[in-house]
Design a protein around this ligand. Structure first.
Ligand code: AMP
Ligand code: MG
Length: 494
């Protein structure tokens, strides 16, 4: 792989878009994890991953790479920062995937760049491991995401609240362009660059929209559709991104920038993990509306491309943005119906189904039921009440409240064409057995950072390779934290 067949395009946009930057070299790199599956998928033939440790640590720049740090701006917690950019990430280049799409390869934690501001450009091991675990389980859960190709330790220490071992993650994305990348140029009134960027993204990520009379309107529509569907998937898995700033929203509709993200255990609509999200702006139940807020910022940057007349352009933007709500609600309802096994769906039952689903969520919230386990057990219930109800009932503080919901659920399922087995199979395909529970991610990080022990990380990663399949001897990975294990706060690691 030392001759990775890069085919770099971003670099051709010109130097207003980035600053060419070489990764910093590190003292003593060691490979923690290499993603063979992804490497194969990319058509890279890597026989001995250790030989590539130097590349994944930034010590050696592979042939064909043209490393650069991308410029972007962003709304962070609602306030605009016109100058962010890759402060601790470096794009190595782009690869042509065998399917014809191009993918970008980036090192994160590989030293300072022009955009580092006061930061050291480094990553502590913890956030590297968290991103590796969570982004790769997202793939297996069927959620669009950036991927992890490799994780290394640097052999150096980074200064955070205390000294911690450093790491570098190599990640792969359909695009590292963010909503904030568009904002960077719009904020400088550089609409020539906005157009250039839009053309680049359309060519690489949305080729079909180029057929439209105004491809930029179709582009916004396509981004809106992808984000609405993405966030609906997060909600169905109890995933909380944690920092949905516009610089952390991918233009390609992939989950990106795994900072203080976490999956919730007990269902709580107001759940927040991130230590920096003091007002709960990015709480679980705010994610859909924040998606809309961020897309509105994107639309603003594209207005001059929609129509010459600014009033007309605004009307166009509004009409596209309005579709977000409907697309999101549809995606949410479709997914939740599947999770609940409401398989015979029709427009007539939309209201009834939504009420039933909301009522389950309300009952879970009021009874401190574990999100993942509730759907796990629900996927194993019969359409007739039985002994099997015991396990799910125990998740609810007051099991009788679950019973009354279950009676309504069974009423809805009665006389339908799917057998228990058929319905359960479909439900189990969308309701994971395992998620990266926060206390387990934390345990993997603690073992690695504090004791140089990666076995906890490797075991957890292995279980999460098949999140929908129950694995022998792995029941402990299904369990919510004991009170003393609970991790209530997560950190960006910056
Ligand atoms: P994030 O919270 O990872 O989305 O980062 C927000 C901004 O801060 C981005 O511009 C990052 O590149 C930058 N940043 C975060 N951590 C560091 C760091 N350790 N060194 C330099 N820049 C950083
Ligand atoms: Mg970021």
């Amino acid at each position: 792989m030392k001759n990775i067949p890069f085919n770099n395009q971003y670099v051709n946009l010109g130097e207003t878009f980035y600053v060419k930057t070489k990764p910093a070299t590190v003292a003593n790199p060691a490979l923690i994890k290499f993603n063979e599956e992804l490497a194969n998928d990319l058509g890279l033939s890597v026989t001995s991953p250790e030989e590539y440790t130097d590349i994944f640590s930034g010590n050696v720049i592979p042939d064909g790479a043209e490393p650069l740090a991308m410029a972007y701006a962003g709304h962070q917690f609602g306030g605009f920062n016109p100058q962010l950019g890759d402060g601790r990430a470096i794009l190595l280049g782009e690869l042509d995937h065998p399917s014809g799409v191009s993918l970008s390869v980036q090192l994160k934690g590989s030293g300072q760049t022009f955009y580092s501001r006061n930061g050291d450009g480094c990553a502590a091991l913890g956030p590297v491991l968290r991103e590796y675990l969570v982004s790769e389980v997202m793939v297996k859960l069927g959620v669009p995401t950036t991927r992890a190709l490799a994780a290394v330790t640097t052999g150096e220490q980074v200064a955070r609240e205390r000294m911690l071992p450093g790491g570098v993650i190599t990640r792969v994305a359909s695009s590292f362009v963010r909503v904030g990348t568009f904002e960077f140029f719009a904020a400088r009134d550089n609409y020539e660059a906005v157009k250039q960027l839009a053309d680049y993204v359309i060519e690489h990520n949305y080729p079909r929209v180029s057929e439209y009379e105004n491809p930029y309107i179709a582009f916004l529509q396509a981004v809106v559709d992808r984000q609405a569907n993405l966030i609906a998937q997060w909600m169905q898995l109890g995933f909380i991104h944690g920092v949905m700033n516009t610089d952390n929203m991918s233009i390609a509709g992939e989950t990106i920038d795994y900072g203080p993200c976490a999956f919730m255990d007990v269902f709580d609509r107001n759940k927040v993990f991130s230590s920096i999200d003091r007002d709960g702006r990015y709480a679980y139940s705010n994610q859909a509306s924040i998606g809309m807020w961020n897309l509105t910022r994107l639309a603003e940057t594209l207005l001059p491309l929609f129509a010459k007349d600014s009033e007309a352009a605004i009307e166009i933007a509004k009409s596209v943005l309005e579709t977000y709500i409907e697309t999101y609600q549809r995606a949410w309802l479709d997914g939740m119906r599947n999770k609940c096994g409401l398989l015979e769906v029709s427009d007539k039952t939309v209201h009834e189904d939504k009420t039933l689903i909301d009522s389950l969520l309300d009952t879970m919230a009021a009874n401190h039921a574990d999100f993942t386990l509730t759907f796990f057990y629900l996927s194993r219930l019969s359409a007739q009440a039985s002994q099997e109800d015991d396990a799910i009932r125990k998740l609810f503080d007051n099991p009788a409240q679950f019973d009354s919901w279950a009676a309504r659920w069974r009423e809805r399922l009665s006389n339908k064409k799917y057998s228990d087995v058929e319905r359960q199979e479909k439900m189990q395909a969308v309701n994971p057995v395992y998620i990266p529970r926060n206390h387990q991610v934390e345990a993997a990080i603690r073992a690695a950072e504090d004791h140089g022990d990666f076995s906890v990380f490797h075991d957890l990663h292995e279980v999460l390779q098949n999140p929908y399949r129950k694995q022998k001897g792995r029941d402990s990975y299904m369990l919510p934290p004991e009170p003393h294990e609970e991790v209530t706060q997560t950190f960006c690691g910056t």
